[in-house]
Ligand binder design. Structure first.
Ligand SMILES: [Zn+2]
Length: 559
């Protein structure tokens, strides 16, 4: 609600938020504790079971309070959050206190609170939570007693591989990156980089989704990335966006944004229906038609998480460093950025991700020299993902093929950490144009990913494509996409969503009239952006398409 009010002022929505905030405040106990499960069921049991998400829920409450205060200036929920944080701090933050967070999230929330209150207590509590891991406190959970499930095998600063529950992991590492940034802690940063490589190099789907296994809602073994059984929780993709933004801010390297963008446009956005009111909890990469978005879930993390990601998209588009402005994502928008030398109004116009043309108006209040960093997307340079778990067979483009122009004239730029950097004196009315041509990329996975052997996936710009039954009545399991297939793009509509679809003529396998032999016929197939699938009733769907007949299923009947 707060994020939405920031961009879409709405008195009715704000009144509803205030009404709820009054109720939340009234439920807080005098000592600051706030969790109605235990208030109603017996306070003597509070803080006895790490699985009960008391601090996870506190974390989300704190985040909401900070967001609502930042947008409206109203303190009521913020004061509730501060009292609750102080209560937790007084109960827990002491040496050898046998407790940790059973579902991380409060760490990053406390850092947000600290940035507002400047009260050292809140940053220390965030760091305390991080340092409680790796001491065996996972035993205070009543189920799931494997330490890996809770990222509790080693202290966070010594961790080097991803384990366990995917959403827990993403929140933990986002919090660790936040604390690393504020405390300039290299140990956290080094651990984050090792764990990140383990995620991206060996355990991430082409959609930027993570956590392939349903039984632990998380990671299994390296390269175990099944498609139809993919768990890929929406919250885990949202978590990838949170974590990768922080890693970019910490290092200034845009390769984290390549991963962020992949998760944002594919794994996360798939969690939301085009109508905006149906949600996926798990996001498979293939379906027989058994997967449909639902109105709500008993555990309702994903609907609220995707709602806040979409409403807070503005937080991810721009960045700044001491020496200038960073264009991190390409989204039509405008903002004001304060540099040491001047304030700068920035306006971006673009139809990205449908085409790669980007126009920027750079309007400093007064003439000033600074650097404009424009991210060069990894996909443009045929880098499908950092670490090459997925690669493309397309022709390579390099950063030197780019021709950015300022006020209509091409300009000199340098290439740094994945950004084109234009360093000049800027003045009001300056216009920058840049274009990243979009081609259809045919992507293959490392052979270690068994599920994708002899298969290809399609990517155009940041979007991953799929083939869905609604557009392909003669089946999606029986097609063969040979390596030399060429795809054309076409303007297309999924319900009322205008998209760019991909089309090609490809061979398909059908049973003959007697059902005793196979006939191969050429036909046209249409591929649509993955995030658009499952909006037109139960349908078959595949992201990874057979490149050889051995991965084809002949039975093409729609369920
Ligand atoms: Zn979720």
């Amino acid at each position: 609600m707060a994020y939405s009010l920031k961009t879409h002022s709405n008195k009715e929505l704000e009144a509803k938020a205030d009404e709820w905030i009054n109720k939340i405040a009234a439920a807080q106990l005098p000592d600051g504790y706030l969790n109605t499960y235990y208030t109603l069921r017996g306070l003597q049991d509070r803080w006895t079971d790490i699985e009960k998400h008391e601090d996870y829920n506190a974390g989300h409450l704190i985040e909401a309070a900070v967001a609502y205060y930042n947008v409206t200036g109203k303190r009521k929920l913020l004061d509730v959050a501060i009292r609750f944080a102080n209560h937790i701090d007084s109960v827990f933050r002491m040496a050898n206190k046998p407790w940790f967070s059973g579902h991380e999230e409060i760490e990053l929330a406390l850092v947000k609170l600290y940035k507002l209150t400047n009260n050292d207590r809140h940053l220390k509590l965030a760091d305390w939570y991080l340092q409680q891991r790796g001491k065996g406190y996972y035993k205070y959970g009543k189920n799931w007693i494997t330490p890996g499930y809770w990222q509790d095998i080693l202290p966070v600063k010594q961790q080097n591989e991803i384990t366990g529950h995917a959403v827990r992991a993403m929140y933990l590492y986002s919090g660790a990156a936040d604390v690393a940034a504020l405390k300039d802690d290299k140990d956290y940063l080094n651990a984050m980089q090792k764990v990140w490589e383990d995620v991206v190099y060996r355990n991430m789907y082409i959609t930027g989704g993570i956590g392939s296994a349903g039984d632990n809602e998380g990671f299994s073994t390296d390269y175990d990335l099944p498609n139809e059984e993919a768990y890929c929780e929406t919250c885990a993709s949202v978590g990838m966006v949170l974590w990768n933004q922080r890693m970019c801010a910490l290092t200034g390297n845009s390769l984290y944004l390549d991963v962020l963008e992949k998760s944002l446009y594919n794994g996360a956005l798939d969690g939301l229906s085009l109508s905006g009111d149906r949600f996926f909890y798990d996001n498979p990469l293939a379906s027989e038609g058994q997967h449909q978005r639902k109105e709500w879930f008993g555990t309702a993390c994903c609907p609220s998480n995707i709602a806040r990601l979409v409403t807070s998209l503005g937080n991810y588009i721009y960045g700044k460093s001491d020496d200038g402005i960073r264009i991190n994502l390409f989204v039509a928008s405008n903002t004001n950025i304060k540099l040491a030398t001047t304030d700068v109004a920035v306006k971006m116009q673009t139809d990205y991700p449908w085409n790669g043309k980007v126009k920027l108006n750079i309007d400093p209040i007064k003439k000033a020299r600074f650097r404009l960093y424009i991210r060069i997307p990894g996909w443009y340079q045929d880098k499908i993902v950092p670490g090459d778990l997925y690669t493309t067979m397309s022709n390579s483009k390099t950063s030197s093929d780019l021709m950015p122009a300022v006020n209509g004239k091409s300009v000199h730029y340098s290439y740094e950490n994945g950004y084109a950097v234009i360093d000049r004196e800027w003045e009001k009315g300056d216009k920058v144009e840049i274009e990243f041509p979009m081609e259809v990329k045919k992507v293959i996975a490392k052979s270690e990913v068994k599920a994708n052997r002899d298969r290809i996936a399609l990517q155009r710009g940041p979007l991953i494509y799929c083939v869905e039954g609604a557009d392909n009545k003669e089946g999606v399991w029986n097609i063969i996409v040979p390596a030399n297939t060429s795809f054309t793009t076409t303007a297309y509509k999924i319900l009322d969503e205008p998209v760019v679809a991909l089309q090609a003529i490809v061979p398909s396998a059908f049973p003959d009239v007697n059902g005793t032999s196979v006939v191969i016929k050429n036909r046209k197939i249409t591929a649509i952006p993955y995030y658009c699938w499952a909006n037109r009733g139960p349908n078959q769907m595949q992201v990874w398409l057979p490149a050889k007949i051995k991965t084809v299923k002949i039975n093409y009947d729609q369920k």
